[in-house]
Ligand binder design. Structure first.
Ligand code: SF4
Length: 121
C-alpha cells in the first residue's frame, strides 16, 4: 500500500510517497533523511502537539493557552479537544501547571503555556 504525505519537518514541504510491503517501508520524494523517518512515522502512527485555549474565570483574559507536554496520536486529538473545550479554569494559573493529567488516557499531560494572574477587581 502507498500513501502520500507532506513532510512537515522543515519549510521545504517535500511530497513524500510512503510504500509498505510486508512490513518494509520505502520512502520517495524526501530531500533528506529526516523526511524518510517522518514519512514512516506518519504512515504508522501520526502524532501532533496539541495547542488550544481553555476558558478561565477571574483572569486577565477569558481564555488560557495550553499545550500537550508531548505529541498525541492524531486520532485522539478531537476527543482531547472536546474535553478541553468543556473545562473552565480559575485564575491564577502558572505557566507549566498541569491542566489535565493523562488526557484521554494518552499518557500525556496538558499544561498551561503561559501564566494568568487574577484580574484586579
Ligand atoms: S524531507 Fe527533509 S528537506 Fe524535505 S521537508 Fe522533510 S525535512 Fe525538509
Amino acid at each position: 500500500m502507498t500513501s502520500e504525505f507532506i513532510c512537515i519537518v522543515c519549510p521545504n514541504s517535500c511530497r513524500l510517497m510512503v510504500a509498505e510491503n510486508g512490513g518494509k517501508f520505502t520512502v520517495a520524494g524526501n530531500e533528506c533523511p529526516r523526511g524518510e523517518k517522518h514519512g514512516i512515522h506518519e504512515y504508522q502512527n501520526p502524532t501532533r502537539m496539541l495547542t488550544t485555549t481553555v476558558a478561565i474565570a477571574g483572569g486577565t483574559l477569558p481564555r488560557l493557552p495550553v499545550i500537550s507536554a508531548e505529541e498525541i496520536p492524531k486520532i485522539r486529538i478531537k476527543r482531547c479537544l472536546e474535553v478541553l473545550y468543556k473545562m473552565k479554569l480559575s485564575a491564577p494559573v502558572h505557566c507549566g501547571d498541569i491542566i489535565v493529567k493523562n488526557i484521554c488516557d494518552t499518557g500525556v499531560d496538558v499544561v498551561a503555556s503561559r501564566s494568568m494572574k487574577r484580574k484586579e477587581e
